[in-house]
Design a protein around this ligand. Structure first.
Ligand SMILES: *Cc1c(COP(=O)(O)O)cnc(C)c1O
Length: 372
């Protein structure tokens, strides 16, 4: 059994993927070829954003977003400690300081209700993470940012491309188009993946889009004329071609992810001994980059599933304030929810091609593991 079955996806899309790759090999424009602009147009339209700028990874997208906003030494960026390290890593790399805010019980998302206490005159961005494929309370975060002098909001949407959010009484909008800049990743196992590294930035701000396009190619305004310090941050044409082919059935994949996730939740809602699925709130959906349970006796649970050949994974076992590279930033950490839930989270196999029989087998294994 695969945790994420990328081979089944390739079999389903093989003619398109092979043809798209061959086309690039034929025209030979491996860097900034026509597929790059084609993909950016399609992704912008998908999210409803004015601009999409592809880049070399989700990590690079986060770095570029802060470079474009001029964030650097002395600045603070508010984010969650319960995320993949890249989020805080890029804040530190631009010379700024990550300021952590604890998560909500249930969703595992940064708790918008306790952000305000962490805002200072040095706060230069708020960086919510759309963990597991579900976005945070973006309306509340945007309103808070607006009240405090229009602090930019950067969505780390590496796990949530394709997710929808309406907020209380709002219209449905897409992840990546919910804030100043949205950053996503096309790492192979993400909801929309390529066959290597790739990422994208989204914004409705023309000046930021121009800055991001320059930063992507060493701060060049035109060839060999460098108006700012940038990076080598392009996504290569072949990877754009792979994503273009994958877009052909992406709507179907998102529908399947929602169905598989809803079915897991329905079947796993009655788990015993305190085990429960991560909550998805009513005003949004999750594209389930991970389908995650909260299980008090995680080690035993994982061993039981492994004995039935069901692969599991932990996202993430150690919150960032306890990681050797970041703990000095938080001399007296107080994040009780992150602390408790990092010991409980465990993710199950999840992908668009997961069939009902396999899912039933996984659910049965979970029920037995919780009852044991
Ligand atoms: C995957 C991921 C990233 C980094 O994306 P890459 O494309 O692997 O660089 C950043 N943040 C989060 C939350 C992620 O899950």
């Amino acid at each position: 059994m695969e945790f994420i079955d990328l081979k089944a996806q390739y079999r389903a899309l093989q003619p398109s993927i092979d043809a798209r790759i061959k086309k690039v090999l034929d025209h030979g424009q491996y860097i900034m070829g026509p597929e790059v602009a084609e993909l950016e147009e399609k992704l912008a339209a998908y999210t409803g954003s004015r601009h999409c700028i592809t880049c070399s990874s989700g990590t690079e997208a986060l770095l570029m977003s802060m470079m474009a906003l001029g964030i650097g030494p002395g600045d603070e960026v508010i984010t969650t400690p319960f995320t993949f390290a890249a989020t805080a890593e890029m804040i530190v790399l631009v010379g700024a300081t990550p300021v952590f805010v604890d998560i909500e019980d249930g969703t595992c998302l940064m708790d918008a209700a306790i952000i305000e206490a962490k805002i200072t005159p040095r706060t230069k961005a708020i960086m919510p993470v759309s963990l597991y494929g579900q976005v945070c309370d973006m309306d509340a975060i945007n309103a808070l940012a607006a009240r405090h002098g229009n602090i930019p909001v950067i969505e780390d949407a590496a796990q949530s491309f394709g997710a929808s959010y309406s907020g209380p009484g709002g219209v449905s909008r897409k992840s990546c188009n919910l804030s100043t800049i949205g950053c996503t990743s096309f790492f192979p196992s993400k909801p929309l993946g390529c066959y290597g590294d790739g990422g994208a930035l989204f914004t409705n701000d023309d000046a930021l889009a121009k800055a991001l396009r320059e930063i992507r190619v060493h701060g060049q305004e035109r060839r060999y004329y460098h108006t700012r310090v940038g990076v080598g941050g392009r996504m290569d044409t072949l990877q754009c071609a792979v994503v273009l082919a994958k877009l052909e059935r992406f709507d179907w994949e998102i529908e399947r992810r929602l169905e598989v996730g809803a079915r897991y939740t329905a079947l796993l809602g009655g788990l015993v001994n305190g085990a429960r699925p991560v909550t998805v709130l009513a005003d949004r959906d999750s594209v389930f980059a991970q389908y995650t349970l909260l299980v008090p006796n995680r080690e035993q649970f994982q061993a039981e599933l492994a004995s039935r050949k069901v692969p599991t994974a932990v996202h993430y076992p150690i919150p960032l304030y306890r990681q050797p590279a970041y703990q000095a930033l938080c001399p007296a950490p107080s994040f009780p929810v992150s602390e408790a839930l990092s010991a409980q989270v465990v993710s199950l196999p999840m992908h668009a091609d997961l069939d009902i029989a396999t899912q039933d087998f996984i659910v049965d294994a979970c029920s037995q593991a919780c009852a044991a």
